[in-house]
Write a new protein. Structure first.
Length: 151
């Protein structure tokens, strides 16, 4: 099976099966527009997140071929797949966006959205280590403007 060579942001060279590489819009375009055997540069993706992307593509390439995977198996895989350290999950979101893998982008964004659901701004700040840059006056103004959210 043919493989495509890519180089990550952290200068790692990774070989990706051609069928998987073609599932990535950015790499597919790189293959089409490249006339050499040089590695395709992925300046925004480190090896760790690329490996997670490849794991996702491997599973879903089997899900769409003759071997088939049941919808329940696919759902279980996806639910398990997004259970990763938050920093890696955010990096995979960025990688999926950069590589133009819409199903993976949708999955990872939905996982983050589900994690945020029902949390207060303060809970979100604590969980994601976000500094509150609003003054008490700004907070009161925002609460007054969006009082309907708190009813």
């Amino acid at each position: 099976m043919a493989e495509i060579k890519v180089t990550t942001e952290d200068s790692k060279t990774v070989l990706i099966k051609r069928e998987l590489a073609l599932m990535c819009g950015t790499i597919r375009e790189g293959i089409i527009h490249s006339s050499s055997q040089d590695a395709i540069q992925l300046p925004n993706i480190r090896e760790a997140e690329l490996n997670k992307v490849i794991e996702y593509l491997e599973f879903h390439s089997h899900a769409t071929n003759a071997e088939g995977v049941s919808p329940q198996e696919a759902k279980e895989f996806d639910n398990s797949f997004v259970r990763m350290e938050k920093s890696l999950l955010f990096a995979v979101v960025i990688a999926a966006n950069y590589l133009d893998i819409k199903p993976l982008l949708d999955l990872t964004c939905a996982a983050i959205a589900n994690n945020l659901k029902g949390k207060t701004p303060e809970e979100i700040r604590r969980e994601y280590n976000i500094e509150n840059d609003l003054t008490p006056e700004d907070e009161e103004e925002i609460k007054a403007e969006s009082a309907w959210l708190y009813q």
